[in-house]
Design a protein around this ligand. Structure first.
Ligand code: GTP
Ligand code: SPV
Ligand code: MN
Length: 587
C-alpha cells in the first residue's frame, strides 16, 4: 500500500463513484495472484487448463461483442478539439467525464475494486512511468500482472510524487452501445467502460504506453511508438538493434521473435527480442536514439502462430499464459487456434463458448483476434538487455504494412525527413485487431493512427524535430512489405524467419556496406544483394517484388495528397515538400 496523498485521494473519489463492496490492493505477490486465479475459476471467469501440458495456463472468453479494440468509441479528450486532431474522436473533457461517471456510477456494487500499481518500463529506469489502474475484473488484474511490472515495489518507486497516470476500468454490463475508451492527456487520466477486451482494458498498454505517452513524449522530447524492438547478432557476435512499426496484426511479434533460416543459423546469426509491440525511445547521453520496451509480456495474436511460423512465440505460451478467445479442447484441457496444427479438437468448445467439432465444423474455433498473454521471460530469445533501464541503441527504424501491391519488399528512405515522409504515408489492409471491415487499405501513419494521443500534424513535426536533434546519429529509416501477392493470391515472399534476409541488407546499408538502386520512392536493393541461399526463390521472382511501378505510385501519391489535406495548417511544410519531390521524380 501507499501513503501517497494524490493516489489515496483519487481512490477515495473513485470509490465514492463506483461504490465497491471492498477494495483489494495488488501487492505483486504470487500468493495473492494464485488466490485470484482460484476465485476466477470458481466463478467461471477463467478456465484452468491442463497443468501438466500447460502449467500455470488459463483460458478466458470475452463477450462475443467484445473481441477487439473499438476505434470508433475511443476518444482523445483534450481541452481544445484541435489538439486531438482530425484522426481522433474528440469529446469536451467535462462533458465526457460526466457521461463516463454517469455510466460508471455504482457499477462496482457488490463487487471488488482491485487497485493495480504498475510501472511501464523497468522500475526506476529513467524511461519508466507509473500508472494506477482500478478495475472490477480479475482477468484484468492477472493480465496486467503479466504485461507490466506490478505490486508494492511500484509504490516505493512512486514515493509521494503526483506524476502518475490514473486509470479507471469498469466492466459495467459490457454494453457495446455504452462502451467508451477515453483519454484525458492533460489530466494523465484514462477511463474505460463496458469492455473486457485486452486493448480496451489493459490500460497500461495502448491507452497509457501509446496514447498518453505519445502526448508526454511530444512535450518532454521523447517518442512513444507502436514498434517492436529486436537485436540481430552477427557471426562476429556484434548486436545491432532495430525498431519496427507495423499496424496491428501485421507481423511485429513475428519479426521480433524470428528464428534465422538455417544458412544463417549455421553462420552464427541470432535474433534477440526486446519488445513486440511498443517502444519508448529517448536520445541518450551519446546522442544516439535508445529504446526500451515498457511492457513485461506479450499480448500476441494466436491464430497463425505455430511451430514453423513462430516457434519462439509458441514456446512463450506453454506456461504462465492466459489465452483469450481461442478454442478449447475438452479431451485434454488444452487450447487450439486456426493455423496451430492440422489437428483441431473434435470434442471442443469454440471462442463463443459453443460445442465445436474442429474436424467437421465450418465455423472458426478461435476468434481471428484471439490472443495469448505470456510473460516476456518465457521467450527463449528474450534479450539479455530486456530488463536494463538504459535501453538499447537503435541503428535502423523500419515501417511496414500489408500491401498486396505497390509497395516493394524493402526500400530505404533518402534521409531522416524523407523517412518521416515514408512513415507518414504508410497504408495497410485492416485486420481483425479492431472492429470494422477487414482487408481495406487505409492510411495508418507510423502504425499510430489509432494510438496517437494528439494532433497527427504535430506528431509528424515531433518526428522531424527528433531527427534534427539526432543529426548524423539518427537511425536510418526503411520500409518493408512482406505481403505482396501473386496472381493466385499467394504471398510471394516467404516471410517469417526469411525476413532476416531483408534485415541483413538493412543493417549492411546502415554501415554503408551494401549497394542499392535509386528509385523515385527511395533506395531498393539490387536483386543480387538479398541473400537467397537455401531459399527456393528465383532472382526474377525477387525482382518482381523489388520493382517500383511508377503508375501505381502516381496513384498512391494522389491518395497521399488527399490524406495530407486532412491535417490543414498543421501539416509540416517539410512533408508537403517531400510529397512534391516524390511527384516530381515520378513524372
Ligand atoms: P499486434 O499485436 O496486433 O500489434 O500485431 P503484430 O504486429 O504483433 O502482429 P503479429 O506478429 O502477431 O502477426 C499477425 C499476423 O501476421 C499473423 O497471422 C501472422 O501469421 C502474420 N504474419 C506475420 N509475419 C508475417 C510474414 O512475414 N509474412 C506473412 N505472410 N504473414 C506474416
Ligand atoms: C493491437 O491491436 O495493436 C494490439 C492488441 O497490439 S491490443 O492490445 O488490443 O491493442
Ligand atoms: Mn499492437
Amino acid at each position: 500500500m501507499t501513503k501517497n496523498q494524490s493516489v489515496l485521494k483519487w481512490i477515495e473519489e473513485m470509490k465514492a463513484l463506483v461504490t465497491p463492496k471492498d477494495v483489494v490492493w495488488i501487492d505483486g505477490s504470487e500468493e495473492q495472484l494464485e488466490a485470484l486465479r482460484k476465485e476466477a475459476c470458481t466463478t467461471g471467469e477463467m478456465i484452468k487448463l491442463n497443468q501438466e501440458k500447460l502449467p500455470g495456463c488459463y483460458l478466458h472468453r470475452t463477450a462475443v461483442n467484445d473481441v477487439a479494440r473499438v476505434e470508433d468509441r475511443t476518444f482523445i479528450c483534450s481541452r481544445k478539439e484541435e489538439d486531438a486532431g482530425p484522426t481522433n474522436h474528440w469529446m469536451e473533457p467535462q462533458k465526457c467525464y460526466k457521461m463516463l461517471y454517469d455510466i460508471a456510477r455504482g457499477s462496482y456494487k457488490g463487487r471488488t475494486m482491485y487497485v493495480i500499481p504498475y510501472s511501464m518500463g523497468p522500475i526506476g529506469s529513467p524511461f519508466s512511468k507509473i500508472g494506477v489502474e482500478l478495475t472490477d475484473s480479475i482477468y484484468v488484474v492477472l493480465n496486467m500482472s503479466i504485461m507490466t511490472r506490478t505490486g508494492d515495489k511500484v509504490w516505493e518507486s512512486l514515493g509521494d510524487s503526483s506524476d502518475w497516470v490514473r486509470g479507471l476500468h469498469a466492466k459495467c454490463d459490457i454494453d457495446a452501445e455504452k462502451r467508451y475508451i477515453c483519454h484525458f492527456p492533460e489530466d494523465n487520466t484514462i477511463i474505460s467502460v463496458n469492455s473486457g477486451y485486452g486493448g480496451n482494458v489493459l490500460l497500461g498498454k495502448k491507452c497509457f504506453a501509446l496514447r498518453i505517452a505519445s502526448f508526454l513524449g511530444k512535450n518532454e522530447g521523447w517518442m512513444a511508438e507502436h514498434m517492436l524492438i529486436l537485436g540481430v547478432q552477427n557471426p562476429k557476435g556484434e548486436i545491432k538493434y532495430i525498431s519496427a512499426a507495423f499496424p496491428s496484426a501485421c507481423g511485429k511479434t513475428n519479426l521480433a521473435m524470428l528464428i534465422p533460416p538455417e544458412v544463417y543459423r549455421k553462420k552464427g546469426y541470432k535474433v534477440w527480442t526486446v519488445g513486440d509491440d511498443i517502444a519508448w525511445m529517448r536520445i541518450g547521453p551519446d546522442g544516439r536514439l535508445w529504446a526500451v520496451n515498457p511492457e513485461n509480456g506479450f499480448f500476441g495474436v494466436a491464430p497463425g502462430t505455430n511451430a514453423k511460423s513462430n516457434p519462439n512465440a509458441l514456446e512463450c505460451t506453454h506456461k504462465g499464459t492466459i489465452f483469450t478467445n481461442v478454442a478449447e479442447n475438452l479431451d485434454d484441457k488444452t487450447v487450439w487456434w486456426e493455423g496451430l496444427d492440422k489437428n483441431p479438437p473434435e470434442n471442443g468448445v469454440d471462442w463463443k463458448g459453443n460445442p465445436w467439432n474442429g474436424k467437421t465444423s465450418t465455423e472458426k474455433g478461435a476468434h481471428p483476434n484471439s490472443r495469448f498473454t505470456a510473460p516476456a521471460k518465457n521467450c527463449p530469445c528474450v534479450s539479455p538487455e530486456f530488463d536494463k533501464g538504459t535501453g538499447v541503441p537503435i541503428s535502423a527504424i523500419i515501417f511496414g504494412g500489408r500491401r498486396a501491391q505497390t509497395t516493394p519488399l524493402v526500400y530505404q528512405s533518402r534521409d531522416w525527413n524523407n523517412g518521416v515522409f515514408v512513415g507518414s504515408i504508410m497504408a495497410s489492409e485492416t485486420t481483425a485487431a479492431a472492429t470494422g471491415a477487414v482487408g481495406v487499405v487505409r492510411r495508418d501513419p507510423m502504425a499510430m493512427l489509432p494510438f496517437c494521443g494528439y494532433h497527427m500534424g504535430d506528431y509528424f513535426q515531433h518526428w522531424i524535430d527528433m531527427g534534427e536533434k539526432l543529426g548524423d546519429k539518427a537511425p536510418k529509416i526503411f520500409n518493408v512489405n512482406w505481403f505482396r501477392l501473386n496472381q493466385d493470391g499467394h504471398f510471394i515472399w516467404p516471410g517469417f524467419g526469411d525476413n532476416l534476409r531483408v534485415l541483413e541488407w538493412i543493417l549492411a546499408r546502415c554501415e554503408g556496406k551494401a549497394d542499392a538502386v535509386e528509385t523515385p520512392i527511395g533506395f531498393v536493393p539490387k536483386a543480387e544483394d538479398i541473400n537467397l541461399d537455401g531459399l527456393d526463390m528465383s532472382r526474377e521472382t525477387l525482382q518482381s517484388i523489388l520493382n517500383v511501378n511508377k503508375e501505381q505510385w502516381a496513384k498512391e501519391a494522389e491518395g497521399i495528397s488527399e490524406f495530407y489535406k486532412k491535417f490543414g495548417d498543421k501539416m509540416p511544410k517539410t512533408l508537403k515538400e517531400e510529397l512534391n519531390g516524390l511527384q516530381g521524380r515520378l513524372k
